[in-house]
Design a binder for this molecule. Structure first.
Ligand code: 5RP
Length: 262
């Protein structure tokens, strides 16, 4: 069964599997969005079914909510939960200080609200997401539909004074139509190539009327778990070992993939 997964899926799976170590019965858990987070939701669903794990999940998108219900996880709203023990989510980029770009799946608004309302945020990713400096991945900005072109023009003007390498802005589309978020908004992708001062950029973007939230997650993530195609994982936990990396081989746990493919 292991051989049926591509190296990238294996990497995402082992990162997700390792992240389940942080989830205990009784916890309220933020459930991220994207292909890596989907592996996590499946792993947790299996633990609910087979091991009696009792958790309440707060999904960060309608997609994740549907998947969580499908695999048997009890789903509650953030307002019902108020505060979460942990949120586990994917990322599009992470740097050495565990700052992130998120929103490749267009869910960064709910993801940021949920992660910020959690004791800990854990990111699960494959090794391709590691960067020295954020910005190669286009930075998603959620904007309200009203006056969207004006908001875009204001963003473009703002970028002139920012320490970035690229300044083109495109609207995210799906099959010829604008991509619409769960909140009914649009996404503008900022092709910045390199973000010199992420903190300043994040503050300035969020001050523009019409901008709801940008995809920079600064000082929110506590742990990054990176999966590799050979089944190894690397954990970087800011609260332990001075943030040094710890290496595990998740494949030592035999038959791990066979379970997932039953
Ligand atoms: C969705 C996200 C995702 O977590 C991010 O795009 C990573 O996705 P994947 O795990 O599929 O690479 O931010 O808004």
């Amino acid at each position: 069964m292991t051989s049926e997964l591509s190296p990238i899926d294996k990497a995402k799976f082992v990162a997700a599997k390792q992240a389940t170590e942080y989830v205990k019965s009784g916890m309220k858990v933020g459930l991220g969005t994207g292909s890596t987070a989907a592996w996590l939701v499946q792993c947790l669903g299996e633990m609910v079914r087979d091991e009696g794990l009792k958790i309440k999940g707060v999904p960060t998108s309608s997609r994740t909510g549907q998947l969580a219900r499908d695999v048997g996880i009890e789903v509650i709203t953030l307002d019902e939960a108020r505060w979460l023990d942990v949120t586990i989510d994917g990322a599009d980029e992470y740097d050495g200080e565990l700052n992130l770009i998120k929103g490749g799946g267009g869910a960064h608004l709910q993801e940021k609200v949920v992660a910020t309302a959690s004791d800990r945020m854990i990111v699960i990713a494959d090794a391709s997401k590691k960067v020295d400096t954020l910005g190669a991945f286009p930075l998603p900005i959620e904007v309200i539909p009203f006056g969207m072109r004006t908001t875009q023009a204001l963003i473009e003007e703002t970028l002139i004074s920012q320490d970035v390498l690229g300044r083109s802005v495109t609207q995210r589309m799906v099959g010829g139509d604008p991509f619409v978020t769960d909140e009914g908004n649009f996404i503008l992708d900022l092709h910045l190539k390199r973000i010199g001062n992420a903190r300043q950029l994040s503050l300035i973007l969020n001050q523009i009327p019409g901008v709801v939230e940008n995809g920079l997650f600064l000082d929110i993530c506590d742990v990054v778990i990176v999966g590799h195609g050979d089944g190894k994982v690397t954990v970087r936990d800011s609260a332990e070992n001075d943030g040094a990396e710890i290496h595990f081989n998740v494949l030592d746990d035999t038959n791990i993939f066979a379970d997932m493919n039953d």
